[in-house]
Design a protein around this ligand. Sequence first.
Ligand code: UD1
Ligand code: CA
Length: 474
Amino acid sequence: MVPTEFAIAIMAAGKGTRLKSKRPKVLHEIGGRALLLHVIAAAETVVPADHIYCIIGHESERVKAAVASTGVQFVLQPEQRGTGHAMQMLKADFELSGAPLPKHLLVLSGDVPLIRPETIAAVRDVHLREHAAMTILTAVPADPTGYGRVLRANPNAPEVTAIVEQKSLRPDQLSAPEINSGIYCFETHALFAKLDALDTNNAHGEFYLTDVAAMLVAEGKRVVAIKADSVDEVLGANTIAEMMHLDAAMRLATAKRLMAAGVTIFRPETCVIDAQVTVGPDTTIEPYVQLLGNTHIGSDSRIRSYSVIQSSQLGDNVLVRNGCILDNAEVASNAILGPYAHLRPESRIGDGAHVGNFVETKKATLGKGSKANHLNYLGDTVIGAGVNIGAGAITCNYDGVNKHLTTIGDGAFIGSDSTLVAPVTIGAGSYIAAGSSITEDVPEGALALGRSRQTTKPGWVAARKAAAEAKKGC
Ligand code: UD1
Ligand code: CA
């Protein structure tokens, strides 16, 4: 196959009125990624990105900005007057640029996001084999309501007679089971020759691309349909409820992919796992875990319930106890986190290090085997290996204007409830006495006390009692 014989158009100009949302429909996300990016990713496996034409209109600049990095081409449809009108804009764009027409044009919908590359390729191959002017991808879902219906004269033959939109169905056609997926392959000349003849005499007052089917048939051209292997793959996302149905289907597919690769996921239907997430074998994911963005988790790890891990990299044999929140963090092998640890961006947790209950880290490096187990705030800090941070100790990194660095050398012991006022350096192997406020650098191996001395008054309680009684007696 010569790839330049094919181009792909993705219709993505619509507003998505049924979503009742300010965000353009194709930028709504399922599986953690915009609908349009899913469709582009599938299209890119069939033709190169510069042969993909995204037809954009509603909030076009926003849509363009969100997908520009993919290298696709854009065609503007300033007013959204229907799917047929979207194709008219593409035709006008080719005429204006003088670019050679691709022999065949695959058309995808920006709001049919689960379409697989194999299925797009199958539509292309059937189209070529059948020498068709138009090939339509169809499906037979449990409830076809709302979709355009594909009508065939003979249910067992590939030839189609027409596509009829839901609102134009006659009563006897309402139960027609086969839906139009909105995904097609056209012989480009045949399609473009019909676009000017489309009209808006229909329930929506729009130019329907679907009308081209009957127009081609009337001219004796071949219009065929091919059924998708799975119904889910061609379901549209017109409402939030439909979108969440697709989101669940996509996440379950991701969970199944991970399980097939040796990951144990208890109650996968309760987990929210983005499509790009990777996890090594023999790792266990407990119920109600979220793994988002470009997160990678190594092997032999355990992620306990209610943890939310966003765009973070975790090594092997890591234990994330319940309720941890990680955002753009790096965690080396053998580390133990939580319960309820909060690792904010640029947290780097070393091999075998522990970050325990109610500990918050930000721009913090914790060296190999170091421990911060209870109630700490560690921000803008570089902590060496084998350091013990006592309960309640914190870095005071912010002076109200600027952030400052705290450096803690290997093997240092930071007593409980200490406040380390940055900028400050704590030397390797030194001790900070509990309850200290440390404002000056501490050299290696030293003990630093930054608190007032304790005063103890023996017998004070009894003396006070005696004094009170004497007063009562007089
Ligand atoms: C369309 C089909 C219907 C099919 C269904 C499958 C038509 C007339 N109907 O209906 O037969 O069953 O898809 O999901 O085509 N768009 C534009 N410009 C426009 C209008 C729409 O780019 O002027 C884009 C939308 O952003 C969307 C796609 O085209 O991505 C489909 O449009 P939509 O309005 O959702 O069509 P449906 O009513 O779902
Ligand atoms: Ca739709």
